[in-house]
Design a protein around this ligand. Sequence first.
Ligand code: NAD
Ligand code: MG
Length: 395
Amino acid sequence: MRAPRRVSVFGATGSIGQNTLDLIARDPEAYEVVALTGAGNVAQLAADAIRLGADVAVTADETRLDELRGALAGSGVEAAAGEAALIEAADRPADWIMSAIVGAAGLAPGLRALRHGTTLALANKESLVTAGPILLAEAVAHGARILPVDSEHSAVFQALVGEEIAAVERIIITASGGGLRDWPIEALASATPEDAGAHPNWDMGQRITIDSASMFNKAMELIETKEFFGVGPDRIEAVVHPQSIVHALVGFTDGALMAHLGAPDMRHAIGYALHYPDRRDLPVARIDLAQIATLEFRAPCDTRYPALRIARAVMETGGISGAIFNAAKEVALDGFLAGRLGFMDMSTIVEESLDAMSSQTSLSIAPKTLEDVMQTDHMARQAAWSQIERRQNAQ
Ligand code: NAD
Ligand code: MG
């Protein structure tokens, strides 16, 4: 019998994290769970850590340490809290780590895990958008592998098995169009977080669901594609595909298009990364093409989705613009959730933040270290909040 694989899940209490634990729990003999991490949902974190026999459970929220300790009392699972504890968890030897914290907070633990040569299953797209070159260089330096978990990027990765990247002419990622896809454009300005937080096809965390409605999610994924696969921005496209059955297509120099089809269930991409390079039976629905009958595709409208236009500019500029884009987008989303911004104002804030930062510094200069990225992230958040305040004062 093979020794169990040591696995850790960062962001275990979230949507990706729970799907990951679902796969792990189906084959308990095959895995030894090292660390599980969460933030606010301490009861869930503790219950999962006990159920799966984790060595340690970490909450990012230091004020919840006592609560976590209480929930783990007598179980033998260690409790820890705070950013340093997340890094310490990433230092614990593991064969496979899921990076599924939401937001820029996911970068540091994932980067740290790569230092140990650990295979990193990367759901946290913010890592590639804010610090792609740093992340990839760290993986190369330590012989670590990064496996994409975002469904589109997993799809591209799978379409590229056995192919040369030099033979790739274009990469097309699909977008469902999100919960407001069929709203008239004029109505979008008054959309609420509840309106934008319902997704037609995917069941995901609240932030990424709203990012799907605004296409900020697809915008992030365009940048993610450029960073991960090293393909020029002019060869990366997004297409609206309401059924979310085709996740991505790779076009080759001979004109062939290889598409990846699958049910909209993240356990597919997670399972592929978990078992790579093998394929194993996964508990996902099988597709009945005759029942689906029609697969639709259409070009995304720039007026409806300004985030895509901004992402193109970010891909062209490179450097620190990805970190600014992500930080400003996170702040704009906070502003929208707090009722301080309208739905369509989010893209305006992101664009204004990029403009404000470009008047202070050259955006095309690449960050060299995690500290550089975090400093840019901090400055961009300040810039975005001041744009939000300016906007509110002007009203
Ligand atoms: P989620 O909101 O459901 O879960 C986020 C997880 O991160 C939770 O465990 C939460 O406790 C933890 N967390 C939140 N803030 C934190 C902080 N400051 N420090 C440490 N931990 C923190 O999010 P999700 O939908 O599972 O998405 C996770 C990541 O995967 C995101 O980067 C998202 O873009 C990406 N992703 C998600 C999906 C999906 O289907 N949900 C698909 C593709 C990519
Ligand atoms: Mg995706």
